[in-house]
Write a protein that binds this ligand. Structure first.
Ligand SMILES: C[S@@+](CC[C@H](N)C(=O)[O-])C[C@H]1O[C@@H](n2cnc3c(N)ncnc32)[C@H](O)[C@@H]1O
Length: 302
């Protein structure tokens, strides 16, 4: 399934490659998918591609990201055209394409947070990693080896995404807790909060940190309100566990997804498979073939 699902641009932490696995735990059909931590909305796009939900709520605290998604879905021709113009401009730039990236980044930081500027920065920056400095400025560097996704590839993907989602999405750029307040039975909430990080230092890979206890309380409210949800939360790579477990009193089922070989470990000369945890709310039924395989996996890696 992954090969055919359209995607806009690389985004650090994207669940694109795990989408088909994650969708196995969702009901065949449901009314509304709510993604409070949408990033590039890989899961909303995959669900829409399979026509599983009628409506979608895409939310991310990072407003330019939401503006980009909204423009892609509602005005595809406009973003395709504007991206092409910016992308081509880099070859005419007197000091080369790195200078051009820096110029667009300066425009963005000076206040022009248009969808096309965000798209170009994501397409050109290292690992598609959105990083902001203390002054809230976008400070990620350009990937010097690449010129960024070609406009023709962007055009194909953007039109495909707009085709499956246009007219069905509510967009917002709020803290996730505000979005959870509107969830009701019949909705499915998919949450992919920023990782808790692999060290004790503050993880600033994402726009904002999420407090663990506040997150657990927000999930408990979903339980009380009988809203179904799926959470991607932490992971295991080799012997290292990332992040804290979600507490048992939430009554979720924990599943481990095989996310493949860790690129970080491979760079260090080790071969470690990464497992990403998925927490499934109590009322969602599990696919029949999953239970035994997962129990064995949990026993072997935990
Ligand atoms: C792991 S990424 C999500 C990736 C996404 N699943 C995808 O496939 O592209 C986490 C996202 O949470 C957003 N975020 C961080 N703090 C947030 C908050 N308090 N409320 C809503 N979104 C938040 C970040 O901007 C980031 O885009």
């Amino acid at each position: 399934m992954n090969g055919r699902i359209p995607h806009i641009v690389q985004y650090q932490g994207s669940k694109r490659m795990l989408a088909s696995e994650i969708l196995r735990y969702m009901p065949k059909k449901f009314n509304r998918l709510i993604e409070p931590f949408s990033g590039m909305a890989a899961i909303s796009i995959a669900v829409a591609f399979q026509k599983r939900a009628n409506e979608y709520h895409i939310n991310d605290l990072n407003e330019p990201i939401v503006c980009l998604l909204q423009t892609v879905i509602e005005n595809p021709a406009e973003i395709v055209d504007k991206y092409k113009r910016i992308w081509e401009e880099q070859f005419n730039f007197p000091d080369g394409h790195i200078e051009h990236f820096n110029y667009i980044r300066e425009l963005f930081n000076a206040g022009d947070k248009s969808a096309e500027n965000m798209l170009y920065l994501l397409a050109r920056c290292v690992k598609g990693a959105v990083r902001y400095g203390k002054n809230r400025n976008f400070n990620q560097s350009p990937d010097k080896r690449r010129n960024g996704t070609k406009p023709t590839t962007i055009a194909t993907n953007v039109h495909a995404i707009s085709h499956i989602l246009k007219g069905r999405v509510l967009f917002s750029a709020l803290d996730y807790r505000r979005v959870l307040e509107i969830a009701k039975p019949g909705d499915l909430v998919y949450m992919d909060p920023p990782y808790q990080g692999v060290t004790n230092t503050r993880d600033n890979r994402y726009f904002s940190g999420v407090n663990f206890d506040e997150f657990v309380s927000a999930v408990a409210v979903l339980n009380r309100n009988q809203v179904d949800y799926i959470i991607s939360y932490d992971g295991i790579c080799g012997e290292k566990e990332y992040g804290s477990e979600l507490p048992q009193e939430l009554n979720c089922t924990k599943i481990l997804l095989d996310a493949g070989l860790s690129t970080q470990a491979t760079l260090l000369g080790k071969r470690h498979t990464t497992y990403e945890a998925l927490y499934i709310s109590q009322n969602l039924s599990l696919p029949i073939d999953i239970t035994q395989r997962q129990l064995t996996l949990l026993e072997s890696v935990v």
